[in-house]
Design a protein around this ligand. Structure first.
Ligand SMILES: [Zn+2]
Ligand SMILES: [Zn+2]
Length: 237
């Protein structure tokens, strides 16, 4: 998926025309990110290990749906909590590799340290395993969440916005966008959420100019020229 988005942007497909940062990638960035992608299969390895150990055996369709939903909810909470912890100086070494990319490419989505992916999967699946003791979960529901996560994450790290121009007037009030996560990389803090803005709003960690910035990129078609550029609110008359 990352390769598809990378080639789409390189060949100037129309769907990639809303550039977020009008800046070049560093010479070695893509090569470094591809090298780090060697850790990506850990998701499948750990999930398969839990299946092999006898967890997530429910085969009912309703369990498929509920397991997918439970995974999405817990992943959002676990990602937000662990992500904020990774930004503490004592733990930042775990997350440092992912943040070496200040300007996102689709390959940034698979550029993590081994320890970060391991902690993410053990925390996500460890709690689901505990839940499985009380209410049997469905392997395919959890696997479906992982597939969706990997697909969405590949374009959530692109340097172009795919969501509709008026996205932040409706579902974008709750859900994140590519622009949303780009700000986390370019400014290094804030906008910690995975798929939703809910926890960032609750804990006041969302960048205040995010929606103005989204409109500038997506409605006015004006990309940002500097990584730390802010979009000020219009002066009150
Ligand atoms: Zn981070
Ligand atoms: Zn990222």
């Amino acid at each position: 998926m990352a390769l598809v988005w990378y080639l789409a942007a390189k060949n100037n497909w129309k769907m990639c025309e809303r550039t977020i940062y009008d800046l070049p990638f560093k010479a070695d960035q893509i090569r470094r990110e591809l090298k780090n992608s060697i850790h990506t299969p850990i998701h499948a390895v750990i999930l398969s290990a839990f299946l092999y150990l006898g967890f997530f055996q429910n085969t009912r369709f309703i369990s498929f749906l509920l397991s997918g939903l439970a995974t999405a909810v817990w992943a959002e909470i676990w990602h937000y909590g662990s992500h904020r912890a990774f930004h503490l100086s004592a733990l930042h070494w775990i997350h440092l590799e992912h943040h070496r990319s200040h300007l996102n490419s689709p390959f940034t989505a698979i550029s993590f340290s081994f320890s970060e992916k391991l902690i993410f999967d053990v925390g996500l699946l460890g709690v689901l395993t505990a839940a499985d003791y009380f209410c049997s979960l469905n392997f395919f529901g959890i696997a479906a969440w992982y597939i969706g996560y990997l697909i969405i994450n590949s374009f959530s790290h692109a340097n172009f916005e795919l969501k509709p121009r008026d996205y932040n007037r409706w579902s974008g009030k709750v859900l994140t966008s590519t622009t949303y996560h780009s700000l986390h990389h370019s400014r290094y803090t804030g906008n910690y959420g995975l798929g939703t803005r809910v926890l960032d709003k609750l804990f006041k960690t969302e960048w205040k100019d995010y929606e103005r910035l989204y409109d500038r990129i997506s409605r006015e078609g004006k990309p940002l020229a500097k990584l730390r550029e802010r979009v000020e609110a219009p002066a009150e008359v």
